[in-house]
Design a protein around this ligand. Structure first.
Ligand code: UGA
Length: 459
């Protein structure tokens, strides 16, 4: 099957590369010449473990990249995988999706049936919008000459390939029988895992956590599939906000949130995932998707108050981290805080809308100075926050130099093995606040640190 993927960002590049690895001739289209050149040169346009390796194995064979839309005329399946950022009113900005639909309409083959698959996260009803744009531009008849289906992505940055090749579920929203059949054929290798052994040997250059269970292939209508995506992200955000609030309560009660989360997670109805305490959830998905979901519910006069509560609890969690530092250090005017981690989670260079983006300005407004280090995200963080007065450090240990607190915001594995001895010696106050309950508390306490986590007893 000839697959074209409009968009070479997180969703588009991972989708395109994955279908190429599954043996489909695949072309990624992006308006950015730089991204296209990177892919054609065997480089990944994003930092995503394993992606570059697959690009190198497939480029020029089954994978191609271009800035031109002409290839759309040959495609059997066209994925839309472009960004849907938050508009100023909090809703999803569909400009890129609509542009993609227009370009597809201009280039679609009028002599054969084409399937358009929306993978971008879009509000309910967008499938119809895309369909009518393509129809208007091309003059073709929806559901006869072409069909638009919804196939939301559930990939997490940092483990995107694992989520594509070993998903829990594949959701396909289609209102057309031919469309359903094409989608089933396209996803057959992922659903049956036939020839997976060969695929894994050839394309995966690192260890995978391979679940026993085959993915569930779930078919529904287009509008429902679109909502499944938002409802899923909304629910996960609620889950994290819930455990974060419980963590605060644990501090009052003198109980341990790690055990509370473990005890809760043993109930299979609850599950143990997404119960890890943090300084709040962030990233390029949860904030925009919870915002859009809440707005959508309000527009339909059916307010999802629980999503609003999760959003509010999340901002409160960012503030709570600062309050906790104040409780320990007192007034922050003139104090130095050394920050470890600027990305919204480990194993990504994505530093859009991260916890640090909210916490750092708060600390600065209280008169603190900031030093920071991140293994992958310093450049992107700087790019998105050019006015923040931060001293970016060359190595992680440097954030501790003459600082009053080391604040861990992102649990990069390498932070576990820093030279903590050197850090305790160079800190003015040997205080570490580990917002992910990640570091080795006993070891740090032995070295003389005053260790605090979130929702766990300090001693
Ligand atoms: C999220 C969803 O998990 C994916 O299923 C979805 O496809 C994606 O959004 C998307 O819509 O594209 P992602 O944003 O990459 O994926 O990251 P997550 O792993 O979900 O983490 C989101 C935030 O929650 C991060 O800040 C993370 O640190 C935080 N988090 C996560 C916690 O604070 N605690 C947890 O237990 C889990």
């Amino acid at each position: 099957m000839y697959v074209v993927c409009v968009g070479g960002g997180y969703v588009g590049s991972v989708t395109g590369v994955s279908f190429a690895a599954l043996g489909n001739k695949t072309t990624v289209i992006d308006i950015s010449r730089e991204k296209v050149d990177l892919i054609n040169g065997g480089k990944s346009p994003i930092y995503e473990p394993g992606l570059e390796y697959i690009i190198q194995q497939t480029i020029g064979k089954s994978l191609f990249a271009t800035t031109e839309y002409h290839c759309i005329a040959e495609a059997g399946v066209i994925f839309i995988g472009v960004e849907t950022p938050t508009a100023p009113d909090g809703s999803a900005d569909l400009k890129c999706v609509k542009n993609a639909a227009t370009s597809i309409g201009e280039n679609i083959n009028k002599n054969k049936f084409t399937l358009i698959v929306n993978k971008s996260t879009v509000p309910t009803g967008t499938g119809e919008v895309v369909s009518s744009i393509i129809s208007e531009v091309s003059g073709l008849i929806p559901e006869k000459d072409f069909s638009v289906v919804s196939n939301p992505e559930f990939l997490r940055e940092g483990s995107a390939l694992q989520d594509v090749f070993f998903p829990d579920r594949i959701v396909v929203g289609a209102n057309n029988q031919i469309a359903k059949e094409i989608m089933r054929e396209l996803y057959k290798p992922l659903v049956t895992r036939e020839n997976y052994h060969k695929l894994c040997e050839r394309y995966f250059n690192f260890e995978w956590e391979t679940p026993e269970k085959l993915p569930i292939y779930f078919e529904t209508d287009v509008r429902t599939a679109e909502l499944i995506k938002y409802a899923s992200n909304g629910f996960l955000a609620v889950k994290i906000s819930f455990i974060n609030e419980v963590a605060k309560l644990c501090e009052k009660l003198g109980t341990n949130v790690l055990d509370v989360a473990k005890g809760m997670g043993l109930d299979s109805r609850i599950g143990d995932k997404f119960l890890e305490v943090s300084s709040g959830w962030q990233g390029s998905c949860f904030p925009k998707d919870t915002s859009e979901l809440y707005l959508l519910s309000k527009n339909y006069e059916c307010e999802l108050s629980i999503v609003k509560a999760a959003i509010d609890a999340n901002f409160a969690m960012h503030r709570y981290v600062v309050e906790k530092i104040i409780r320990f250090l007192g007034c922050l005017n003139g104090k130095t805080i050394g920050i470890l981690g600027l990305t919204f989670k480990p194993n990504t260079d994505d530093a859009r809308k991260t916890q640090a983006e909210f916490i750092i300005p708060h600390l600065l407004s209280l008169g603190a100075s900031i030093k920071a280090f991140d293994p992958q995200g310093m450049e992107t963080f700087k790019k998105f926050n050019p006015t923040l007065d931060i001293k970016y450090c060359e190595k992680a240990e440097d954030v501790a130099q003459r600082a009053d607190c080391v604040l861990l915001l992102t649990h990069w594995q390498e932070f576990m093995n820093l030279n903590w001895q050197e850090m305790v010696n160079t800190l003015k106050t040997p205080y570490v606040l580990d917002t992910r309950n990640f570091l080795n508390r006993e070891k740090l306490q032995e070295l003389g640190f005053c260790y605090q986590g979130l929702g766990v007893k300090s001693k």
